[in-house]
Design a protein around this ligand. Structure first.
Ligand code: PMT
Length: 402
């Protein structure tokens, strides 16, 4: 598939993998991309501006204070010109400078000045990659919407073995083609406001203990990411999970079911679609101890009371959005899912059989079956991103027919 006329700003930072950059430029141009190269100072020790100029067909820039390059295409123009910024290799030093929001050379300045998506192909010594500082920097960048491609694991130039090898140029080009294709796909939820819940809730027993469940948030976060990619304006109310916020999604973090209900009701006005994917605790302790409970007796009884039902509350609003629930079942899946569909007054319900290994709670895959008043559809077994896409497409179809 040719991607003629997409503008790629290719950043190259200092590392042995920079020797692969001319091949990467050539491969991207073979796919029809316009490539302009920005080098860091360190990169010039590994690859020459001359060779990159020859393969890219454009002058290679490396200095923000160079009046000649600034008068031709300055850093702001370069930042505006790019459809995407790919940095390969992205060294530990560059990752740290980007995470800190520095603008101390042309490449970091362009990254701050651009509204284009930024993609990094990290490459560094395995210890440097595994260092908590580098991991924290990468996590910070991901939270800000930066995409990471790699690294691979294997033999390193320094003689060590481990994670930190830059993806090969062909793998980067393949990922870029897939990435562009995803972004060019139709946007069936364009302009729609979508609110969803994800993850577990925690119901406190005392200051250090809580009741909860095994929800990781993966299904709900996949829905949020896909909905944003399909053009929706997404608000995600998340229980306590260790997942980065998907690009373009507004996230509200909560702990308990009551907090989740409050956040949902505050965000509800104007929403066109609501999806309850969170595994909300059905019960909470009647009393929360002020201090840590001591183990005074061999047995202990905790009195629980019902939590509010967030999904049913949304579905009962007079101005309600298209309301979708989930059903996590271990048996009689269809019967229990249909019962929830009717009892909670939903437009559609996505049922998962959570008794099966490799799907449901904390798995990367799922196998949803969708039920509505007069029909059903099985989505097969696939990763949660694909399940999310199929569910959202079905929601868009049903909503269009309302
Ligand atoms: O997070 P993952 O690890 O990726 O796992 C995904 C998942 C298994 C959690 C997800 O696919 C799923 O099934 N979510 C719903 C889990 C659940 O609580 O199901 P339920 O059958 O108990 O609840 C039915 C529906 O009512 C759900 O939409 C739930 O969000 C909602 N509910 C339940 C109780 C409550 N007090 N308020 C609610 O809104």
């Amino acid at each position: 598939m040719s991607q003629t006329n997409r503008n790629i700003l290719l950043g190259i930072s200092g590392g042995i993998a920079a020797y692969k950059a001319p091949i990467l430029v050539r491969r991207l141009r073979e796919q029809g991309a316009n490539v302009r190269v920005v080098l860091t100072k360190g990169a010039k020790a590994f690859v020459t501006p001359m060779s990159l100029q020859a393969v890219s067909g454009h002058p290679v820039v490396d200095d923000i204070l160079d009046p000649a390059t600034e008068s031709a295409m300055g850093h702001i123009d370069l930042a505006r010109w790019a459809d995407e910024v790919i940095i390969a290799p992205a060294s530990a030093n560059l990752v740290a400078r980007l995470a800190a929001g520095m603008a101390d050379d042309l490449l970091t300045t362009a990254c701050l000045a651009t509204t284009a998506p930024v993609i990094l192909a990290p490459a560094m010594n395995q210890q440097m990659y595994l260092h908590p500082a580098t991991q924290a920097n990468l996590a910070t960048l991901e939270r800000r919407g930066v995409t990471l491609w790699g690294p691979d694991s294997g033999d390193q130039a320094c003689g060590e073995v481990g994670p930190g090898r830059m993806w090969e140029p062909d793998a980067i080009v393949a990922a870029w083609l897939e990435w562009v294709a995803e972004r060019s796909a139709p946007q069936p939820l364009a302009g729609q406001r979508l609110l969803l819940t994800a993850g577990p809730t925690r119901e406190a027993l005392d200051p250090v203990r809580f009741l909860s469940n095994h929800s990781s948030g993966k299904m709900g976060f996949a829905l949020a990411a896909e909905a944003a990619r399909m053009g929706a304006e997404v608000t995600l109310v998340a229980g306590p999970v260790a997942l980065p916020t998907p690009a373009g999604v507004t996230r509200i973090d909560v702990e308990s079911a009551q907090q989740m209900l409050d956040a949902v009701m505050a965000a509800l006005p104007g929403q066109e679609i609501f999806i309850g994917c969170a595994a909300v605790a059905d019960y909470r302790p009647v009393a929360v101890a002020d201090n840590k409970i001591k183990k005074a007796n061999a047995r202990m009884t905790v009195e629980l009371e019902r939590n509010p039902d967030i999904l049913a509350t949304v579905a009962s609003q007079p101005q309600r959005p298209f309301t979708v629930g989930f059903a996590a079942e271990t048996d009689n899946v269809e019967q229990y899912a249909r019962d929830k569909l009717t009892r909670k007054g939903l437009d559609l319900i996505a049922a998962n059989d959570v008794s099966q290994p490799g799907q449901g709670f904390n798995a990367n895959d799922n196998a949803l079956t969708l039920y509505w008043a007069d029909g059903h559809k099985s989505l097969g077994h696939s990763d949660k991103r694909q399940q999310a896409r199929l569910l959202l497409e079905t929601i868009a179809d049903h909503k269009a027919c309302q």
